[in-house]
Design a protein around this ligand. Structure first.
Ligand SMILES: [Zn+2]
Length: 312
């Protein structure tokens, strides 16, 4: 799915790329307000007052790349960090501090443009992987590029290159990237949540206000995406929440949790899921239809237990 420009904040288009401040806010929002160190609860200092985000941009066949594991001959865009920079001399992903008005996809695309000259905004959003330290978090946005642009390096880089996946583990890697690489290169799934059905298994008073109950469930999905793994180990990199009713007011500010309003959720899910999707529902007919299309199915209780664990 191409990352729709309309979903990004106004003024965040990549069109005015020649300017040093190409996101055109009129002073209402502080520009680059994310720059700064955070003394983290883990005992380390991290860059980015509102957390940080980077981009794993992959070029390779969609059939394998989109749900992983990444094939060894697919290539990823890596930055060899300048000696003077934090963890200088290591290879890592383009990325940096998130500003307060940005979502993680906007940060990842902006930093990639600044550091490599690659405009990845037309790529397909495959998901996210998150590391949350409580007082600081890092999100890796995973996207597939249809074509490899020629990167150019800026002063923060010694080199910027497309490198084969098979060679990555042998490079001197940035420690944060090294820790997440096996997850990023491994299998990923999209969780497709039958919202009304899952809500029905949770006696939280949703019957008093169905839209509010659906919004609560969608909000609860955000902390899971990019961190949750399926029982067999695949990362939940993307969540698609299907709500019923064309005029549904349910929204998600998280670019990795996509809300779709459909007249009937089961018909929509039956017609759109496929291999690499895990449908969350207790609906027996939908289960049969989803499995017939190559998707997996898991019951609402599994998801509700994961939500309860995240709240603890
Ligand atoms: Zn930390």
């Amino acid at each position: 799915m191409p990352w729709a420009r309309s979903r990004r904040a106004p003024g965040c288009g990549l069109a005015a790329r020649g300017t040093s401040r190409w996101w055109g806010y009129g002073g209402a929002v502080a520009v680059s307000d994310g720059n700064g160190w955070v003394e983290c609860a883990c005992g380390s200092r991290h860059w980015g007052r509102f957390g940080a985000a980077g981009l794993l941009l992959v070029h390779g066949p969609a059939a394998q790349v989109d749900r992983g594991p990444l094939p060894g001959n697919s290539t990823v865009l890596l930055q060899h960090r300048a000696e003077w920079s934090h963890e200088g001399g290591t290879w890592g992903l383009p990325g940096g501090a998130r500003d307060s008005h940005e979502d993680i996809v906007t940060t990842a695309l902006r930093e990639t443009w600044e550091e490599t000259g690659i405009d990845a905004s037309a790529g397909a959003l495959l998901g996210v992987q998150r590391t949350d330290h409580g007082s600081w978090s890092y999100a890796t946005v995973i996207m597939r590029a249809d074509r490899r642009g020629d990167p150019r390096r800026n002063r923060e880089s010694r080199d910027v290159r497309w490198l084969p996946v098979a060679d990555i583990a042998d490079l001197p890697l940035h420690p944060g990237f090294a820790r997440s690489w096996s997850t990023l290169a491994g299998p990923r799934v999209r969780l497709v949540v039958d919202v009304a059905n899952v809500m029905g298994s949770r006696p939280d008073g949703w019957w008093r206000d169905r839209a509010l109950g659906a919004q609560r469930l969608v909000d609860d999905l955000s902390p899971l995406v990019g961190e949750l793994t399926m029982p067999e180990g695949a990362l939940v990199a993307l969540v698609s929440a299907i709500v019923e009713g064309a005029g549904s007011p349910v929204i998600s500010p998280d670019p990795a949790v996509l809300v779709t309003a459909a007249p009937t959720a089961d018909e929509h899910i039956s017609a759109t899921v496929g291999v690499g999707d895990v449908v969350v529902t207790a609906d027996a007919e939908l289960r049969v239809a989803a499995v017939a299309r190559g998707a997996e199915v898991i019951g609402p209780r599994w998801l509700l237990n994961r939500i309860n664990e995240a709240h603890r």
